[in-house]
Write a protein that binds this ligand. Sequence first.
Ligand code: HEM
Length: 115
Amino acid sequence: MRSTGVVLGLFTAYHVADLTVGARPAASSKHRHGDAYGNLVASLSRPSVAFFYTASMAALAGHMIHGVRTAAMDAGFTSTEQRAQLIEAVAKLVGTAVALGNVTIPVAVQAKVVR
Ligand code: HEM
């Protein structure tokens, strides 16, 4: 949890510098304030950045799976073995779905489906 949290903290700092602030070299040289779509495409057209975003989503999946599982445990939803198994499945489903959903964005830009 701590290691994936550190990765996500670094990712978020880079991400805000890239797409919100437009600070180079995090942002692409084509960055224009207010052009959210153009900035996203320009940034994720860089293969190394697309790879970094994709890899960071693996950390997001791990972080969310552990987070959902732990939150459910803390709230007392895992009192029986059956419930614990259900929570485990839900945690894996939610974490994987969110991360895979996000990964479609850099993949779509690299595949030039989004351009
Ligand atoms: C592949 C995954 C992701 C993509 C493609 C993406 C894309 C974007 C875009 C297009 C913006 C708007 C930038 C702007 O015009 O200001 C944004 C903002 C932001 N994103 Fe993401 N995002 C992703 C994942 C994440 C994750 C996992 C987090 C947090 C852990 C996150 C945190 C933020 C934050 C804090 C902002 C700034 C919001 C603001 O300026 O008000 N993003 N993201």
